[in-house]
Ligand binder design. Structure first.
Ligand code: COS
Length: 379
């Protein structure tokens, strides 16, 4: 395996860095404070082809591999985790679900709009009572003539309010049965479909998280994705890929925190010398650098398998589990290196610290990743 970034990745990394410096860095704290979801930023990212990173050009996307996808998400997250999270959720979940499991008609109808960010996508699996136990969902979809009728609600949905279209998994069969759920496409404005409470979060505050409510929501029969009963398995496959992007998000946050701490440690003087000269600080930096490089290699391993259409359930879970825990550890040590200043909002590390925590929870907690990994090992 080639460990160098390919030419495309180098070009994309530079493009994303330039974009993030100009369009994100000047505003990210303001969006964080006010919990504003800056839709206009995603429209611009769409113009750059970053909202349909792995969607083929024939459907309006960039047609890149997962290597480029890791570059996009991690470079954005080095500046702002919230924007990185929304890019990851839009690409992997809603857009990815329609691309990997939708019919040709559905792909032609929705992907060009999603890949260009004309439409923002949401994806609904989780419910109030079913987070880790995703298969136990209570939202139902019942066939009535030419329509499916949905009732229930989905929780913690990225772009739940601002999303123009959502892919939603609902119960169509027996509760607990692995073939008891199906996936549907639901457009904003459909009668009976609305957004509920917006969450007030610790971190990732500029990435909108909202409830979806279905009240006798009737959608055309053809909005079913794939066949009846496939919803849970489709969702698991989508999460296999999505976990690579959350790993990339974690990697970006860890790199952002590490780079800030490295720079500060060389500038900040105590006892007559830069604090980087003290072994206690230098060793923290050594640990951070080691773990970041290990996380990156794990991510590229999972991406390599995904690019080659090989099963990567275990590898993506390992990469996501490790990278997200590294993000939390690295951000924690970065705050420590900044000392009192790290605890203020004048420096970026407190935000990396708050944002990083989501990565060990979203798209499957670290504990769920360990279930996935151990089941794969013990099969
Ligand atoms: N790819 C394809 N199929 C998969 C799969 C995968 N990665 N993982 C599971 N399946 C299949 C299984 O093979 C099984 O099929 P059969 O019944 O035909 O044998 C079926 O799905 C049920 O799988 P399993 O028995 O493992 O389901 P569990 O209810 O035990 O759940 C976990 C498994 C815990 C792994 C799953 O519920 C999960 O990932 N939970 C976390 C959800 C999550 O990440 N939510 C965050 C969303 S934020 S966007």
């Amino acid at each position: 395996m080639d460990f160098e970034m390919n030419e495309n990745q180098l070009m994309i990394a530079q493009m994303v860095r330039d974009f993030a410096e100009k369009e994100i860095r000047p505003h990210f704290m303001e969006w964080d404070e006010s919990q504003e979801f800056p839709v206009h930023v995603f429209k611009k990212l769409g113009e750059l082809g970053l909202m349909g990173v792995f969607i083929p050009e024939e459907y309006g996307g960039s047609g890149f591999s997962y290597f480029e996808y890791i570059t996009v998400v991690s470079e954005i997250a080095k500046v702002c985790g919230s924007i990185g999270l929304s890019v990851a959720a839009h690409n992997s979940l809603c857009t990815g679900h329609i691309y990997y499991h939708g019919s040709e008609e559905q792909k032609k109808k929705y992907l060009p709009k999603l890949a260009t960010a004309e439409w923002i996508g949401a994806w609904g699996l989780t419910e109030t009572g079913t987070g880790s136990d995703a298969g136990g969902m209570n939202t139902t979809a019942v066939l009535d003539g030419d329509h499916w009728v949905l009732n229930g609600s989905k929780n913690f949905i990225t772009h739940g309010k601002s999303g123009d279209v959502a892919v939603v998994i609902a119960r169509t069969g027996e509760k607990g049965a692995s073939n008891g759920t199906s996936a549907f496409i639901i457009e904003k404005g459909t009668p009976g479909f609305s957004a509920g409470k917006k969450e007030n979060k610790m971190g990732m505050r500029a990435s909108e998280t909202c409830e979806l409510i279905f009240n006798d929501c009737r959608i055309p029969k053809e909005n079913l994705i794939g066949v009846v009963g496939e919803g849970f398995k489709q969702a698991m496959q989508i999460l296999d890929g999505g976990r690579i992007s959350i790993g990339a998000l974690s990697l970006g946050i860890a790199k952002g925190a590490y780079e800030a701490a490295l720079k500060y440690s060389k500038e900040r003087e105590q006892f007559g010398q830069p604090i980087s000269k003290f072994q206690s600080i230098a060793f923290k930096l050594a640990d951070m650098a080691t773990e970041i490089e290990a996380a990156e290699l794990l991510l590229y391993q999972a991406a390599y398998l995904k690019n080659n259409k090989k099963k990567m359930t275990k590898e993506s879970a390992i990469a996501k589990y490790y990278a997200s825990e590294v993000a939390v550890r690295t951000a924690n040590e970065a705050v420590q290196i900044f000392g009192g200043y790290g605890y203020t909002k004048d420096f970026p590390v407190e935000k990396f610290y708050r944002d990083a925590k989501l990565c060990t929870i979203g798209e499957g907690t670290s504990e769920i990743q360990k279930i996935v990994i151990s089941r794969e090992i013990l099969k």
